[in-house]
Design a protein around this ligand. Structure first.
Ligand SMILES: [Zn+2]
Length: 145
């Protein structure tokens, strides 16, 4: 596995793991590598940040820890935007009528389809109790929506 630092045409930097260098080239050519920020698929390898060696061991461990934390945060953002995109493309948005609509679909009173929207924790518990499948996903609030 190789970690590549990547860059989209809008200048967003992000990192992704690939099996090898060839795997990146194939996926990038096929438009399968997308920027987690703007979903741009024109992605190129960015030059790796140079490794810095410091004389203090403690200091470098701390930097590694911070780097790791940033990496994890980026992975989460990436995963969230993937889930979100999938949901937006495949489900109907029903806003705060989610619980109502989920019940109507479950009991055959509304057209069978996948929906998404906002539900309170209390509503989600009620749906669980009625055996209605509900998934809670992390969500990025986008300014353009
Ligand atoms: Zn981008």
């Amino acid at each position: 596995m190789i970690l590549f630092e990547l860059k989209c045409t809008n200048g967003h930097h992000f990192e992704a793991w690939f099996r090898d260098g060839g795997a990146f080239d194939r996926q990038a050519k096929g438009g399968k590598v997308e920027c987690p920020v703007c979903l741009d698929t024109s992605v190129v390898k960015a030059p790796m940040a140079p490794a810095v060696s410091t004389s203090s061991r403690k200091n470098s461990n701390k930097q590694q820890g911070e780097h790791r934390a940033k990496e994890v945060a980026r992975e989460i953002i990436k995963a969230v935007s993937k889930i979100q995109k999938h949901v937006e493309e495949n489900c109907d948005y029903v806003g705060d009528k989610f619980a109502e609509e989920a019940k109507a679909i479950h009991y055959g009173e509304a057209e069978e389809r996948k929906i998404y929207g906002e539900a309170t924790d209390q509503e989600a518990v009620e749906l669980f109790e009625e055996d209605i499948p509900v998934y809670k996903v992390p969500w990025n609030q986008r300014r353009d929506s």
